[in-house]
Every structure is written in structure tokens, then in C-alpha cells.
Ligand binder design. Structure first.
Ligand SMILES: [Zn+2]
Length: 149
């Protein structure tokens, strides 16, 4: 059994693409326990990065949404977002945000999204939309975090 932290259907300008990958907190290179706030892992077609350091290629089974995915140890637990900027997605541009500390920053419009809060709200107000939040599941043992959409 897995515990679901789901917010239900989310309306977003970011197109819904499949997301599927998991992180094993026992074998991951960084401390990815819920106590280690602001640790993060990103995934795109090039593979996994942990706090910005490239670690592993994505596997054939992985899917990483529209603009890549960040899985973040936020103030409200594990939170995952599609890295595509919703403001730019509404205008037909993919524009993946790049992680910069506790923010995901859009290199296209300059918006900064607050991923550390667990909600992905825009900080500057350029975007009127939060990032697309993805479903995360933690196994009962707490060792495996799955991100699926
Ligand atoms: Zn943008």
C-alpha cells in the first residue's frame, strides 16, 4: 500500500503528459528524508540530478511530464511539480524552469516559483498560475517515493 498525497484534479495551462519515476531514499546519493528540507531531485530526458548535480540517465520506463519534473522536500512533505512554466505554456512555449535554490526560475519570462512551500506559487506575479503539482506516493516503509500522473 502507498499513501497518496493528492490534491485531486488540477486545472493548469501545462498540458498533461505522463509522469512516472521513483526514488529510493536508501540508495539515492543525497539525504532525501523528509527532515532534509530543500533537498530536491530533477528528472528530464537527460536523466536525474540531485540538487543540481547530474547523477543517472533516465530509464526507458521513466516519464517526465511536459517540461521535466522536480521532486522537492518541501515544508509540507514531498512535493512534485512539472517544471514547465504555466505562464509560458499558456502561450504555447514549453519553457522548463531551472532550479535555483528554493525557487524554480523560468528562463523565458523570469517568473520564480516557490517550490519550497510545496505549492509552487509564482513569486513575482508575472504568472497568475502556480506550477502543475503532481501526485506523489510514499510506500509504508517510507523508502520509496513514486511520482505518477
Ligand atoms: Zn515562463
Amino acid at each position: 500500500m502507498a499513501f497518496c498525497s493528492c490534491d485531486g484534479p488540477t486545472r493548469s495551462s501545462v498540458p498533461t503528459y505522463p509522469v512516472r519515476f521513483e526514488v529510493n531514499t536508501k540508495t539515492v546519493f543525497i539525504d532525501f528524508t523528509p527532515q532534509n528540507l530543500n533537498a530536491y531531485i530533477t528528472l528530464d530526458r537527460d536523466g536525474y540530478k540531485e540538487n543540481g548535480v547530474w547523477k543517472l540517465p533516465a530509464t526507458a520506463m521513466d516519464a517526465w511530464g511536459y517540461g521535466g519534473v522536480v521532486l522537492y522536500v518541501s515544508m509540507v512533505g514531498y512535493a512534485a511539480f512539472d517544471l514547465a512554466c504555466p505562464h509560458c505554456a499558456a502561450q504555447g512555449r514549453r519553457s522548463p524552469c531551472e532550479m535555483d535554490g528554493i525557487y524554480a526560475v523560468c528562463p523565458d519570462c523570469g517568473e520564480e516559483y516557490e517550490v519550497a512551500s510545496g505549492y509552487g506559487f509564482p513569486r513575482k506575479g508575472i504568472s497568475k498560475e502556480a506550477m502543475l503539482r503532481l501526485n506523489t506516493y510514499v510506500t509504508a516503509s517510507g523508502d520509496i517515493i513514486q511520482v505518477r500522473q
